[in-house]
Design a protein around this ligand. Structure first.
Ligand code: AMP
Length: 397
């Protein structure tokens, strides 16, 4: 396995040790209610392992963005502490301070098998972006609270923050089971895919996916393009895209990459359009050559689904990043839904995190894939061939 080189939680004797685990509890919360607890559930394996091995577990996570005092209330981790307590059927000591005597006293009073959840690490961003800017003093301070550091926050591992890179620089460290799982699925799929290897790209902007296209275009057998980004590609081929999403600056990039990879990059041949982006109006399913000036392409059509299916059916590795339609509206969810059905049960199917993960989960396909990543940005950077600083910093074996 690729990450067999990195130290893991199982490489340490945790008995009686204060183990700081950086988890990814950055979950959607509305009015104090957690809308999707998948990331909390995904972190349980590592937490349970530490508890079973008699550690004193100190959990750190960020939640949302915190720029000023008034952001604190809506970004407290308190609802997460309650949910975690339910999931583990165990008391969680929630500490409302990210540093200072209260936190230190709580840690000093811990018994083996206790868990502390520290308040949102990004509360430290109010005073000069200390967390997000990987302030040296903050990383060293948090490290001073524990004996061992385990990074299990895959979703933040593409960032160099005080709560991952900062702490890891100051303590013996390793990766947790979630990061291990993510790497063990995603890295071999990119580096040594079972062929044919097909990448599905969608979402709104071409600019977000340029790095992925450049990195994978030689390695992948096919790249199927849908979503808003397809229209910049279509425009680059001289097609009238009406009022569809256009990433003007990247038309030349699309044109060039299409010229070099005509048989590899597959574009939609029909689309579902509306004349109003918010309210479905005069909705039509038409060939791309029939798009009128006022029409906006918002989903792939049935002929495109059939075309994509012909590539996907034979593929043995499929990585999907970005919904192929404006799936939040039922009217434009069909393409994304149908692709889920085509992928269901196929050999290796990986869903990049972020919007694609919420799309397939919301559409009812949670169990249809080999892997749904917990990290949007982190997966994207792996697909771009980049190294993730939160994982790079972890000691090699
Ligand atoms: P991204 O964050 O770039 O992965 O984009 C995801 C967003 O792209 C989702 O919110 C979709 O609603 C949106 N999207 C997908 N297809 C289209 C489209 N044809 N036109 C506009 N937005 C789209």
């Amino acid at each position: 396995m690729v990450n067999a080189m990195k130290k893991r939680i199982i490489d340490y004797n945790l008995e009686g040790k204060k183990v700081i685990i950086r988890v990814d509890f950055n979950v959607p919360i509305k009015d104090g209610e957690i809308l999707d607890d998948n990331r909390i559930k995904q972190s349980l394996e590592t937490i349970n392992y530490a508890l079973e091995h008699n550690a004193k577990v100190i959990l750190l996570s960020h939640l949302g963005r915190v720029k000023e005092e008034s952001d604190k209330e809506s970004n407290t981790l308190e609802p997460v502490a309650l949910r975690l307590s339910e999931l583990l059927d165990k008391e969680i000591i929630f500490v409302t301070e990210t540093r200072g005597k209260i936190l230190e006293d709580e840690i000093n009073n811990m018994k083996n098998g206790d868990i502390i959840l520290v308040e949102n690490t990004r509360f430290e961003d109010i005073d000069g972006k200390k967390e997000s800017g990987n302030d040296e003093e903050l990383g060293a301070y948090w490290a001073s609270l524990g004996d061992i550091f385990i990074n299990d926050a895959f979703g933040t591992s593409h960032r160099s923050h005080a709560s991952n890179v900062g702490i890891a620089s100051n303590l013996p460290n390793g990766i947790g089971f979630l990061i291990e799982k993510e790497l063990n699925v995603i890295e071999p799929a990119i580096k040594n895919p079972k062929r044919p290897f097909t990448v599905i790209l969608g979402g709104s902007k071409v600019s977000d996916k340029i790095g992925v296209i450049k990195n994978l275009v030689n390695n992948a057998d096919y790249i199927l393009i849908g979503g808003g980004m397809a229209f910049t590609f279509l425009k680059s081929q001289g097609i009238n895209i009406g009022s569809s999403l256009l990433d003007e600056e990247n038309i030349d990039f699309c044109k060039k990459i299409m010229e070099e990879n005509k048989d590899k990059i597959i574009l939609p041949i029909d689309v579902v359009t509306s004349t109003n982006i918010d309210v479905p109006t005069d909705v039509r399913e038409i060939f791309i050559s029939d798009i009128k000036d006022k029409e906006i392409g918002l989903d792939i059509g049935h002929q495109t689904i059939k075309l994509f299916k012909s590539y996907l059916e034979d593929s043995n590795t499929i990585i999907w990043n970005g919904p192929v339609g404006k799936f939040e509206n039922e009217e434009y969810a069909n393409g994304t839904k149908e692709l889920c059905k085509i992928l269901d049960g196929k050999t290796t199917t990986i869903i990049g995190g972020g919007d694609t993960a919420s799309a397939v989960i919301n559409l009812g396909f949670k169990d249809s894939f080999t892997h749904i990543s917990t990290g949007g940005g982190a997966t994207l950077e792996l697909l771009e061939g980049k190294k993730l600083p939160g994982i790079e910093i972890i000691e090699d074996k």
